[in-house]
Design a protein around this ligand. Structure first.
Ligand code: FUB
Length: 344
């Protein structure tokens, strides 16, 4: 639900209609990346705060400073907050805006991947390492070489390869990298450098990770999202084209790439046969929530599939004070996902 309509929302009524409640209420959390590690659910969210920054379309009001990891023994149990797992003051290359993170587990080590603005104002993606899933995580001194923009999501394939998906428009700066170099012109404009409506939409990016999980093993490349005729989705196709919040999961041997459409507030997906895509647009997973942003992850827990997502209903519509929630999703026989309405 876009912000312009929140004046008309009865939040008590909305709470009754909501299909799920916040997993924690003592802090605001968003952008949940959920994983099932060693028989337990771990959620790696952003930690929303009100830092007093003015609202703008570059997302300056999303001025987060640290990460907390949440865990759940099972899908019904209370979520436990394990405290600060990483703070921006401990990351030498990062200045501010600790946005949507993700995590991966390999050979007994846990890797927290996170975007942040470096001291030159350019978003990069960093990695921090821990011996436990809840941290504290020790950051690498530099951002991942060749990383740019926001919203890392790391997928482990069945052959033991790991891939990072990333990218985000407007404040996420993806549109500034169209030539391969950062375009600093019109710094205040979120939409400068966005393609025309009749041009192909900007695409998310993928790169395989090195064995030590600390760098890209290859030059990052674009992930194609195609329509039903095999053509790239167009930039003007705002209800279907990629904006931010990449996620990859595998179901019945197919790769599902899901993402947020940003300014139209949907979580959508496409299906493909390779982790590199192309992905053919499949439909909507989640209709708009209260608050401007929508961001999710999809995780299998004991044979059922769950959508972790967020909304701003606990803060009564404050778009940068969000709460993480979870709801079960279902697939039809043909593998398509049934769209969830966050409020019945
Ligand atoms: O939380 C900050 C930003 O808002 C994320 O990086 C985006 O995906 C959006 O949820």
């Amino acid at each position: 639900m876009p912000e312009e309509s929140i004046d008309h929302i009865d939040f008590d009524e909305l709470k009754k209609r909501a299909i799920s409640k916040p997993l924690v209420e003592h802090i605001y959390t968003a952008d949940p990346s959920a994983h099932y590690f060693n028989g337990k659910i771990y959620i790696y969210p952003s930690h929303d705060i009100d830092a007093g920054e003015a609202f703008d379309d570059l997302g300056s009001h999303f001025a987060m400073e640290d990460y907390h990891v949440l865990s759940m023994d099972n899908i019904e149990s209370e979520a436990v907050d394990h405290g600060v797992a990483l703070h921006v003051k401990d990351v030498p290359w990062a200045e501010k805006q600790m946005w949507a993170p993700d995590a991966a587990h390999k050979n007994g080590k846990y890797y927290l991947y996170f975007p942040a603005k470096a001291h030159d104002g350019i978003f990069r993606i960093g990695v921090a390492v821990s011996n436990t899933p809840v941290g504290p995580f020790i950051p690498q001194p530099e951002a991942i070489k060749g990383s740019f923009t926001i919203d890392p999501a790391v997928f482990e394939d069945e052959d033991g390869s790991y891939y990072m998906y990333f990218g985000g428009l407007w404040g996420g700066q993806l549109q500034r990298w169209r030539t391969g170099k950062f375009n600093a012109e019109h710094p205040e404009s979120p939409t400068a450098h966005i393609p025309e409506d009749n041009e192909p939409a900007l695409l998310p990016i993928v790169a395989k990770m090195t064995d030590d999980m600390l760098e890209f093993a290859e030059e990052p490349k674009e992930v194609q999202i195609l329509d039903e005729n095999g053509n790239l989705l167009l930039a003007g196709d705002n209800e279907r084209r990629f904006f931010e919040a990449s996620w990859l999961h595998k179901y019945n041997g197919k790769y599902y790439f899901s993402y947020s459409t940003g300014d139209t507030h949907f979580i959508c997906y496409g299906v493909g046969d390779s982790p590199y895509g192309p992905f053919t647009y499949g439909g909507k997973i989640l209709n708009p929530v209260v608050g401007w942003t929508s961001h999710h992850s999809i995780c299998e827990v004991e044979g059922k599939w769950y959508l972790f997502y967020h909304d701003s209903s606990l803060s009564k519509g404050v778009t940068h004070l969000r709460s993480v929630k979870v709801a079960e999703i279902s697939y039809r026989e043909d593998g398509s996902i049934i769209t969830l309405n966050p409020y019945n």
